[in-house]
Design a protein around this ligand. Structure first.
Ligand code: PEP
Ligand code: CO
Length: 488
């Protein structure tokens, strides 16, 4: 047994101490022997991420908390085993990279990318069972637990092993793509701005993309960044730490005695499993990883700080450790977020605040599809930004369900998708994702919001941040700034 986070008062913690606490969202496996032998096998398999990467993400998140970096967290709601293919992985990486380049360049702020990828295989559900036709079956809980096909809904522990290997393969493919330099990012033609119908907006976006592409090739040609920056691009992965038996198996002790979840650099506690006395909080409190907490409308302001403290025993020594991922819905954010910010400000704690504008804005279309309206998603981000700015708090980033594919799952956006378009390419296994065009539009708009807020915060600055709509800069200055696009 270890003392969680080194605090003397904290009760003893072990990777399995969560088992004595009430747990939500965990499934019962019909064959316990099969479950146990799978977990033993998993716990012998090598870790997927390094301690160094985990600690470097925490350090970058500390910069986010201080307003010096912007966090872009995004990806599928539920990853699918069948998408573990090079082309699909390339598209997931490309959208994250392109969005972050737009943010870095447009708002002059380095970004940290954390993809919902390589392990986002377990989903919390509001119902345990559902009717499919005449049959009452388990709800689909992610490829790590059961299958999407109705014949495959019984929880099967062997899926966790598959999940481990699919995560490993995804990570390896992502690292290889990055090591190969992601050459096509240099080429403006791969930015696919065909979706921008409005011609003046299109000109602005094209200019921004040209600048980014020029800056990257300049950096490559001259080595101004001291080498091939894109070759060492940081990419971190995250998933919801929901399936505790799996997470426990990937929990390993470092030589200095700290315990790390080595299945991803960052994991988060979902909005349905964040009870202070529950199994998930018990598991998370012993980890040294940076972790997220989803904060939705049911979080009482007086419960937030005790929860953060339970999970963050050493706030001074481990900046960047806690990220609050707020997700209220566009109609609620302006009334609920200020109370949460005020409670945290009063405590003196400095967590990272990021906005998930997706999970509070899910609706059902007239045709029965789960969907989100791009305008509502944008409205939640914009309002959250305003609240943070007004309260002197740092809006640190976004957490978005998105894909680089041209799906039709969310309505609105630059292509103005309608309810009637949803059946065309609706491929998500779970929640609807912003598609390529909607995600890129979001990045352009976010860059403007950040640039505007930076300008407001630093009215005396001699060289104000350039917004995407700023007039053309002389080529020389653009080149000088190539190095500054360091979060590349
Ligand atoms: C999710 O991020 O996919 C999710 C289920 O979110 P939340 O816990 O905020 O509902
Ligand atoms: Co979701």
């Amino acid at each position: 047994m270890a003392e969680a986070g080194g605090s003397e008062e904290a009760a003893a913690w072990a990777p399995d101490s969560w088992r004595s606490k009430p747990a939500k969202q965990l499934v019962t496996y019909p064959d316990e022997d099969a479950l146990n032998s799978t977990l033993t096998e998993l716990s012998r398999l090598p870790p997927l991420v390094s301690v160094k990467e985990i600690e470097s993400l925490r350090e970058q998140l500390a910069e986010v908390a201080a307003g010096a970096r912007f966090a872009l967290q995004g990806g599928d709601c539920a990853e699918r085993f069948e998408d573990c293919q090079e082309d699909a992985i390339r598209k997931k990486l490309r959208i994250m990279l392109q969005m972050s380049l737009v943010l870095t360049w447009g708002a002059r702020i380095p970004t940290v990318r954390v993809a919902r990828m390589a392990g986002q295989f377990a989903k919390p559900r509001s119902k345990e069972k559902e009717m499919v036709g005449e049959e009452l079956v388990h709800t689909f809980r992610g490829d790590n637990i059961n299958g999407f096909d109705v014949k495959d809904r019984t929880p099967d522990p062997a899926r966790m092993l598959k999940g481990y290997f699919h995560s490993a393969a995804t990570l390896l493919a992502a690292k290889s793509l990055i090591a190969d330099g992601f050459a096509d990012i240099h080429d403006a033609a791969h930015w696919n701005l065909g979706f921008v119908a409005d011609s003046s907006k299109r000109e602005q976006y094209e200019k921004l993309v040209e600048d980014v592409a020029d800056a990257i090739s300049f950096a490559h040609t001259c080595g101004v960044t001291g080498g091939d920056r894109l070759g060492v691009v940081d990419l971190y992965v995250c998933h919801e730490g929901m399936a505790l038996p799996y997470e426990q198996s990937l929990t390993r002790q470092a030589p200095d005695g700290k315990w790390y979840n080595r299945g991803a650099q960052f994991i988060w506690i979902g909005d349905r499993t964040r009870q202070l006395d529950g199994a998930h909080v018990e598991y998370f409190r012993g980890l040294a990883n940076p972790i997220g907490i989803k904060v939705g409308p049911t979080m009482a302001p007086e419960d937030l700080v005790p929860l953060i403290r339970a999970l963050w025993p050493d706030p001074e020594g481990t900046p960047g450790k806690i990220t609050l991922i707020t997700r209220y819905g566009a109609g609620k954010v302006s009334s609920l977020l200020p109370k949460h910010i005020a409670a945290v400000q009063e405590s003196g704690l400095k967590p990272v605040w990021i906005c998930d504008p997706c999970h509070g804005n899910t609706t059902t279309s007239e045709s029965g599809y789960k969907t989100r309206d791009f305008d509502m998603v944008l409205a939640e981000v914009t309002k959250a930004f305003e609240v943070h700015d007004r309260m002197g708090s740092v809006f640190g980033g976004v957490h978005i369900e998105l894909t680089g594919e041209n799906v039709t799952e969310c309505v609105g956006g630059p292509e103005n998708l309608m309810d009637s378009d949803l059946p065309m390419r609706y491929t998500t296994y779970c929640d609807p994702r912003l598609n390529y065009a909607q995600s890129m539009e979001m990045a352009f708009l976010l860059a403007k919001l950040i640039a505007r807020s930076k300008k407001k915060r630093a009215p005396q600055a001699r060289a104000p941040a350039a917004a995407p709509s700023s007039p053309l800069r002389p080529a020389k200055r653009a080149r000088q700034e190539a190095g500054a696009a360091a979060g590349l």
